[in-house]
Each structure stands twice: as structure tokens, then as C-alpha cells.
Design a protein around this ligand. Structure first.
Ligand SMILES: [Zn+2]
Length: 435
């Protein structure tokens, strides 16, 4: 996926230790590194020289040491690599670039009504490429400016795509990633078990070198209709791309900002609800992109029809669309609810029970935290969240739910684009032993 500057499985533990120390502490002197990592001074010097040559490490501002002599510290260069996340939203495309500390380097919101066709995705590809080029240029210009100021070379002997400031990859979010047939047309999903064994044509975290098993997946809309093949997108772009579901990307942002998360279910109560699974501190997804498709669990066997072809799905009963009365908007509904209107309260109670039941079902498989996000979550105050939690506890087996942590999600503006970029940064950090 990336072209790491250091072999991911490098046996050179001391170099990884130095890099990890610098990443975690942001900067250190040679003496501090040698002392804290129990390494010899020449070893530290040699590795620092190589790391500086690659641009991962840069000389920092000297600090006055206790002896009066200024010790030259070395700093981790957070802009050594940049990752870009792209979210194709309903009315605009959001692009966010982050550095290796997850700091936002650049953001662009371009008005572009979402369509599920090739012309639209080609436009997104063009915007993303242009954005990545611009980010690379500005990061390099800034580094060159600093180098001139300090008289040191930030770029060292690195060239081309290995230059500091290179965009390591672009993660493109889509509401769904669906399998297609070889010609790029849609393969009709037959239900939740479709391709669940992971042996079919699928694309994702693993790059398959064999073209014969090359994945056939497409970016798809909320109803699962494939819009544009992932492979075609790869060919349009000049950098490695990673397809992601919006829900997984939003969950990646939750993970980045909450290090205590180990196992969790993210429940996004949008007009077309969706979900994501976090297991062992990672977003749990595979090549089928089916993990976390909570919206099609059966809540009411034989119930109202769902767009997926089944009946009684969670989507049908937990979409906030079921709340407002005819001609009422969602904000309108919550405003009338607040005034204590009885009929609205009844509708809300019924919806809350359905959502609670869905959460109980999810927790039968992954009994972790629950993070509630999506459009409807914006209208849920702390009392509503507490209410939902107690409904979940009541419906849980053995009256469980004592240790349940249920909270509102970050609900950040641009969260999927940010989470997508952070997910790539996380991969880079893992590959390079920084965390
Ligand atoms: Zn369904």
C-alpha cells in the first residue's frame, strides 16, 4: 500500500526504538536517546544520520543544557508523510490532509452534489489529485523555507516519492463498497452472507499481487447500488488509494481520539443507518466490506420491506425518517417533542426501543462499548443518551448492561474524511514501529 522508507519488518530494533522514542517524545538529544534506550553513542549517531537523510528526523532548535553548552536535539518530522481522506458527501466533497501526528494540514470543501455515476467519481478523483499535489507542494515549500533558515537540509538524499512531505496515500470514503462482476456491473447482493467467507472477489486492506484474483469492487450509494469500480478509480489517480466505508472512516476517528476504545459498536443513526465494528482497538473490516452492516439485521421478522430485498430490517425501524409525521422535518419533530406533545413522545419511545433492541443484538456478538452517531444523534441530549442506555440494559440478557459504556460519537464536521486520513496515518505508524 505504501512505499515505506524503512522496511516494516526491519530487524534493526535500535533504529525502530529511536524512531518510536522521537515520535512519542517529539524530540530528544543524542545523549538522551543513548541513555534512555541503552544504546551506544556511535549507534545513535549512525541511525540519526540515516533517519535525517530520509527526512523522518530533523534537527530542532538547540536547547541550553545544564552545562551551558547547547545540546542539539533531533525531532520527529511530523510532515515526513501526509495522508489524505476524501469524503463524497451529499452536497459537497470534503478533503482533509493530516500529518503523522494527526494534525490537519489542509482542508477543502468543494460543492459537488453526489451522484452515483462515473462522471461524478472522475470529478472526485481530479479534485483529490489536485488537492494532494497542492498539499505536497506547500509542505515542501515550508520545509525548504525552514532549511534555508537553519542552513540544514530537510530533504537529505531522498528523492521523488520518498521526499519528505509526500502524500502516502488517499483514502476515499463511500457510503458502501459493493462487489461488482468483472465487467464492472453490479452483482446483486443476496443478503448478509453474501461473500462472507472472504474468498470471493474483494478489495480492501490487503493488496493482492495476483491480477487474476484482483478485486472487483465499486464505490456504492446508501442503497448498495455500485456506482464506480474501485479499480477504475485506482487507474485515474496518481497515488495509492484505499477505499473505505464512511462508517469505518468515522469509527477510525473515534479510535484516534479515544485510546481507551478496545471493542465497540458504532451505530450511526442517519436516514440510512449504518454501523462499524471496533475490535481489539482497530476498525474490524475485511475484504468483503460487510462488517458493521448493522442496518440489515432483522429486527421484526417478516416486517416492513427494506430496500435490500429483505423484510423487517433495522434500517426500516431505526431510521430517524420514521420519527416525523407527514410533512414534518426532523428538526421540526424534535422541536415539537421538546414541547411535550404526547403523540411525538410515543413515536420517540417506540423508536428508542427499536434502536435499543438493535444495540442489544449487536452486543450479543461484540459486547463492548456503544458509540451512537449520525444525524439523529445530534438531537439526543444527555438525558436521551441515558434513557437509551437504560433501555439497552433492560432488554439485555440477565438484566445486563451494568458495565455498558454508551456515549454519543464525536459528531465532528468532516469526520469520515478526517478518520479516513487518520486511518492511513495509523497504518504508517504501525508499519514503522512508531506506536
Ligand atoms: Zn435491509
Amino acid at each position: 500500500m505504501h512505499a515505506p522508507s524503512i522496511a516494516p519488518n526491519s530487524r534493526d530494533r535500535s533504529r525502530i526504538a529511536i524512531l518510536r522514542y522521537l515520535y512519542r517524545n517529539r524530540q530528544a538529544t543524542k545523549q538522551q536517546l543513548a541513555h534512555n534506550l541503552s544504546l551506544s553513542s556511535p549507534t545513535v549517531t549512525q541511525h540519526l544520520r540515516e533517519l535525517a537523510g530520509l527526512g523522518i528526523v530533523v534537527a530542532a532548535e538547540p536547547q541550553a543544557s545544564t552545562g551551558g553548552r547547547k545540546a542539539v536535539p533531533y525531532a520527529f518530522n511530523p510532515r515526513h508523510r501526509i495522508a489524505v481522506g476524501v469524503c463524497a458527501g451529499a452536497t459537497e466533497t470534503t478533503l482533509i490532509a493530516v500529518d503523522l501526528y494527526g494534525e490537519i494540514v489542509a482542508r477543502l470543501d468543494r460543492t459537488l452534489p453526489r451522484r452515483n455515476d462515473a462522471a461524478y467519481y472522475q470529478r472526485v478523483a481530479g479534485i483529490a489529485d489536485e488537492f494532494a499535489n497542492g498539499v505536497e507542494q506547500s509542505v515542501r515549500d515550508a520545509a525548504a523555507g525552514r532549511s534555508r533558515g537553519t542552513g540544514t537540509s530537510a530533504a537529505g538524499d531522498a528523492t521523488g516519492d520518498d521526499q519528505p512531505g509526500s502524500v502516502t496515500g488517499i483514502a476515499i470514503c463511500s457510503r458502501n463498497i459493493m462487489p461488482t462482476d468483472v465487467t464492472g456491473g453490479a452483482t446483486k447482493a443476496t443478503g448478509p452472507d453474501h461473500d462472507a467467507d472472504g474468498t470471493g472477489n474483494a478489495d480492501g486492506a490487503d493488496d493482492t499481487p495476483d491480477a487474476a484474483t484482483r478485486p472487483h469492487l465499486a464505490f456504492a450509494d446508501a442503497t448498495g447500488t455500485p456506482g464506480f469500480p474501485v479499480q477504475a478509480m485506482r487507474q485515474l489517480m496518481h497515488r495509492p488509494i484505499t477505499p473505505m466505508r464512511d462508517a469505518d472512516a468515522a469509527a477510525a476517528a473515534e479510535l484516534w481520539f479515544d485510546h481507551t476504545l478496545r471493542d465497540a459498536a458504532c451505530v450511526y443513526l442517519d436516514r440510512r443507518p449504518c454501523g462499524a465494528i471496533i475490535a481489539g482497538g482497530r476498525v474490524h473490516q475485511n475484504r468483503t466490506f460487510r462488517n458493521g452492516m448493522i442496518e440489515h439485521m432483522s429486527l421484526v421478522p417478516g416486517g416492513r420491506p427494506c430496500y435490500c430485498g429483505q423484510r423487517g430490517c433495522m434500517d426500516v425501524y431505526c431510521s430517524p425518517e420514521t420519527l416525523p409525521e407527514d410533512y414534518e422535518s426532523l428538526p421540526g419533530f424534535f422541536s415539537v417533542l421538546e414541547q411535550g406533545e404526547t403523540h411525538h413522545r410515543e413515536r420517540m419511545n417506540e423508536w428508542m426501543d427499536r434502536v435499543a433492541q438493535a444495540i442489544v443484538n449487536i452486543r450479543a456478538v461484540i459486547a463492548g462499548d456503544v458509540i451512537v452517531g449520525g444525524e439523529a444523534a445530534q438531537y439526543l441530549d444527555d438525558d436521551d443518551i441515558a434513557d437509551l442506555k437504560s433501555r439497552v440494559a433492560k432488554l439485555s440478557p440477565f438484566g445486563g448492561g451494568d458495565n455498558l459504556r454508551l456515549r454519543r460519537g464525536l459528531c465532528m464536521d468532516g469526520q469520515p474524511a478526517l478518520g479516513a486520513a487518520l486511518s492511513l496515518i495509523g497504518d504508517w505508524l504501525d508499519d514503522h514501529g512508531c506506536r
